[in-house]
Design a protein around this ligand. Structure first.
Ligand SMILES: Cc1cc2nc3c(=O)[nH]c(=O)nc-3n(C[C@H](O)[C@H](O)[C@H](O)COP(=O)(O)OP(=O)(O)OC[C@H]3O[C@@H](n4cnc5c(N)ncnc54)[C@H](O)[C@@H]3O)c2cc1C
Length: 570
């Protein structure tokens, strides 16, 4: 097998991976590997914006990082680690100005300052944006900087397995998708930045590549998954396709109506209305639909028709296009049919307590961005805080590593052992093409997605969660017998989808396991059988470990101390 050697390897070329790559490549021999071309990463789909307490709008001059941290901690239903949140919100203005200085084309106020818009759960209008294509603008800006600074990319390389050597991370094995060749990356530091895993659900705003490959690989090495029960269901996805309709649409003044033409948010969040945090708006919409006040029992209206045409054309051009192309509706003239859909994963690869942000229990292995759980979002993320998290911690991890001594690389012996294991697994899968007793991977994936939607959506209960867990465990067994459509080596997407499914099933099982364990309602995790928050027993993070006889649940304390814990009112 071909062996490549680096001081550090970053897996993922979204905003978090690119930002780390840019930093590390200044002094180290580092590489970024990605299963798609970097600018096709899901970060490019982000619409609404990135938060920073700049106080640019008249009347918001007294906004501060502390106020931003308070909103984030309250939005998280007090499960976020307060020290990490404070670090992120203090870095936020610096990060946005850094992106601006790199050339990010932010929308402007007439004063020339970066424009900001109101977003859910925020006390001030602090979301900076580039129209409604913020992620696209930021991803291209960072990618250009990486090219300019000579970052080394391996595009269309698929992370298959990580491996340990001498008690720490030894490197990883990737599949060169074009040739079908397996390649070892021998390195003492691996930074996972593989993004979200929304595709575990059938209805999701996520790109099809968001399958949690970093999470699966880390978990197989014994690294825990943290807070997996907290899955963000976005309130407004386009009915029928689940394409995201950004919170920016409500931030710019959109209203939500039920079939009685009532602005129903009045009942659920009288002060903040449509701009309550996402968990609350999603529950409110779902309740309206379940109680018969939705249209066709399936959706509500997001109405922008009262807004100025020019405002929609200038500030929400992408949303308008999506509605015209995918629903045949021009939001200038007609309300948009929306319903909740999976959007974001608050949980992810578990990180260490009281340590460098992003460091996992396995020395040399780091996780950042949506695949990780540094716990800045707790039980519910505020819109605009995820783009922020990617760049803040991407830069932080890069800088932290550069201060370290470069560790020696793993011995060739241990690499060979790891290679042998992965080769055997891939060969075994390839052998199973067209086998008579084989299971169809697409069918397993569909069943998993439907199960997650049905039992791990906005409302959950014990019976449903037990059913979900049982179905997923059954699917795990079926996976052992999947068949591939071909044994061809080049661009074998059957093989890739199979490897992704292996990761997704572990994620689905960890999510159901954690949700069943947490007998309370907090943030996005709402149990109809335990409808209140229980700080006495559950104010802690869940850590799910792989075990011989099923998954093991442990807990980790939440970092408190800055903001008093209260009931959330909006
Ligand atoms: C439609 C949409 C709109 C959003 N809007 C906003 C918003 O307005 N504001 C906000 O703050 N957040 C928003 N979010 C969330 C935010 O965009 C993401 O959480 C964030 O961009 C994730 O960045 P990342 O760097 O962690 O991962 P990603 O950008 O998802 O990148 C993941 C990378 O990992 C690579 N990868 C994955 N698996 C493998 C593998 N096996 N081998 C090799 N490479 C691999 C991929 O190729 C990719 O390069 C939105 C999300 C969606 C889906």
């Amino acid at each position: 097998m071909r062996v490549e050697e680096f001081d550090g390897v970053i897996v993922g070329a979204g905003l978090s991976g690119l930002r780390t790559g840019l930093e590390l490549s200044k002094e180290w021999n580092a590489a970024v590997i990605s299963k798609v071309h970097p600018v096709r990463s899901h970060s490019g789909a982000a619409q609404g914006g990135i938060n920073a307490a700049l106080g640019n709008l008249p009347g918001s001059e007294d906004d501060t990082p502390r106020a931003h941290a308070f909103d984030t901690v309250k939005g998280s239903d007090y499960l976020a680690d307060q020290n990490v949140v404070m670090f992120m919100t203090e870095e936020a203005p610096k990060i946005v100005l850094e992106l601006e200085s790199m050339g990010a084309p932010f929308s402007r106020l007439s004063s020339g300052l970066i424009a900001q818009r109101p977003f859910g759960g925020a006390g001030y209008p602090r979301t900076c944006f580039a129209g409604d294509r913020t992620g696209h603008a930021l991803l291209h800006t960072l990618f250009e900087q990486c090219i300019r600074n000579g970052v080394k990319f391996y595009n269309e390389y698929f992370l298959v397995d990580l491996f340990k050597a001498e008690g720490r991370i030894g490197g990883l094995i990737a599949l060169d998708m074009k040739s079908g060749e397996l390649v070892s990356f021998r390195t003492p530091y691996v930074i996972l930045a593989t993004g979200g895993f929304g595709r575990v659900y059938k209805q999701s705003t996520n790109a099809v590549i968001n399958t949690g490959d970093g999470n699966g690989a880390a978990f197989r090495l014994g690294v825990p998954m943290q807070d997996m029960e907290f899955v963000q269901i976005h309130p407004t996805t386009l009915y029928g396709t689940n394409i995201l309709i950004s919170e920016g649409a409500r931030g710019e003044g959109g209203f939500l109506y039920n079939n009685k033409h009532e602005r129903f948010m009045e009942k659920y969040a009288p002060n903040t209305m449509e701009l309550a945090p996402r968990d609350i708006v999603s529950r409110s919409i779902t309740t309206e639909i379940l109680e018969g006040r939705g249209f066709e029992n399936a959706y509500v209206h997001l109405d922008l028709t009262h807004l100025d045409d020019q405002k929609i054309k200038k500030k929400l051009p992408g949303i308008r296009e999506i509605c015209i192309y995918f629903a045949g509706i021009d939001p200038i003239e007609k309300p948009i049919p929306v319903h909740p859909g999976q959007h974001y994963s608050m949980g992810g690869i578990g990180t260490k307590f009281d340590s460098e942000y992003g460091e996992t229990d396995l020395p040399g292995l780091y996780a950042i961005g949506e695949c990780s759980c540094l716990s800045v979002h707790g039980a519910n993320r505020l819109g605009g805080n995820s783009l922020l998290e990617t760049s803040v911690f991407g830069r932080y991890v890069g800088r932290t590593l550069l201060m370290k001594e470069k560790s020696p690389v793993a011995s060739l012996d241990s690499i060979e052992k790891a290679e042998k294991k992965t080769i055997e697994k891939i060969e075994e899968l390839l052998k199973r093409w067209n086998s008579i007793s084989g299971k169809n991977a697409v069918e397993i994936r569909e069943k998993m997605g439907e199960t997650m939607n049905k039992y791990l959506g906005v409302y959950r209960n014990e019976a449903g969660l037990k059913t979900a867990l049982m179905v997923i465990q059954e699917l795990q067994k079926e996976f052992a017998r999947i068949e591939l459509p071909t044994d061809d080596r080049k661009y074998n997407f059957g093989l890739i989808r199979g490897l992704e499914l292996r990761n997704m099933l572990d994620i689905a099982e960890a999510t159901a396991t954690a949700a069943l364990w947490r007998k309370e309602s907090r943030g996005a995790h709402w149990r109809t059988d335990y409808p209140s928050r229980n700080d006495t027993d559950y104010l802690n993070h869940t850590m799910i470990y792989p075990g011989k006889d099923g998954m093991i649940i442990k807990t980790k304390p939440v970092k408190l101390g800055m903001f008093e814990i209260k009931e959330r009112q909006y």
